[in-house]
Design a protein around this ligand. Sequence first.
Ligand code: ASP
Length: 461
Amino acid sequence: MRIQISDIIKNEGREVELAGWVHARRDHGKLVFIDLRDRSGIVQVVFGPGVKEASELRLEYVIRVKGEVKKRPENMINDKIPTGRHEVSAKELEILNASVAMPISVDTDGYEISEETRLKYRYLDLRRERLTKNIVSRHKIIKYIRDFMDERGFLEIETPNLSKSTPEGARDYLVPSRLWQGKFYALPQSPQQYKQLLMVAGLEKYFQIARCFRDEDTRGDRQPEFTQLDMEMSFVEREDVMKLNEELLINIVKSVYPEKKIQEIPFPRLSYKEAMEKYKTDRPDLRTDKNDPNLLAFCWVIDFPFFEKTDDDKWTFTHNPFSAPKPEFMDDLLAQKNIAEILTTQYDVALNGLEIGGGSIRNHNPEALKSVFRVMGYEDQEIVGKFGHMLEALGSGAPPHGGIAWGLDRFVSLLQNEPNIREVIAFPKTGEGYDPMMGSPSEVGKKQLDELGLEIKKSKK
Ligand code: ASP
């Protein structure tokens, strides 16, 4: 049976079978040395003259090896790798597959290679140790979250990706319908409405590792699709949601990143006003030492204004149209007065100067939700047309509820000390929303367009 390379230390003196990729190769004529790599690590394998095929090996060939795990002589120890005190003296070699010469090196950290090239060969790029580690850590974080939520009675529930256009602040991705020609689904900007409807359904505690889609222009470190830890719970107040999330954030750091230090527990809380006055941003970087890669300064920002003016002098929501105002402002919202003064129950969590999550307590009373849209200048008919289902649901015995969503990619990238979220996503797009590996987006044939009843007016390029 094949064992993982990281397990060879436990197998000193035994015969083992390994499988993996030729990571490095030194041919000394009589002896051929290779570094063999699998997902768990690297080990040196030595082939004597008895194993003839060894001279055929090239970088990134896939092989299976049988041999004995031996201690290396004292002067040959390699302290740079965990298996550096051992090597495998190979008796048998099977070449499982050959490989072309690598178009990109996979034995460096990869920062030196252009991103377009890395993404074109992402299946090779992911072979590098740094990226493999990012993927493994991402998995560990998600696994931790799932266990934590499950222990507290949350249900993981999938919500549709073919949804309806919603006003969440960004542009929707639209999907033309073949069966309903001329009509479109929208990919969800977040599962916001569904998770609230799950609360109306009486499921009480929901979470999801949810894919979200927002069609935005290239703006900073964003991706057209990204992942949220999304959650919603019934019969809670702001404090309950914040406490649960703070506990989860602390526990993830303690169990997955024990080498990291959280600067302040409980997390400091600032009002939006305070943050803007003191730090000129609503996601302040509170680190006392910005050079320490293991220092994590979380903080909460609360008491945001509910509404702000748009460029054309209308009111719009600052965060989420489904949020409730702070209880003391409910009367003003219902009467649609003192709009600029109304504060929302919104809470944002920031880490080292970046926003990693945000949520709120929601309006569970349909009149309050109607008022939000009236403030924004929607006619009643329009409100019913777009949000009739939400108003009906809220009027059907909706429990008080609230939730939050984290930008999971950003959180993982901060924990991994990566400069952008693309480094922690297996198959990201470029900053321009292009996938050089699949060549996507791409044109489609006339037959497909005809089926959808679509015609391309004019292509941009
Ligand atoms: N749906 C919100 C967002 O995506 C988060 C929330 O309020 O739960 O930002």
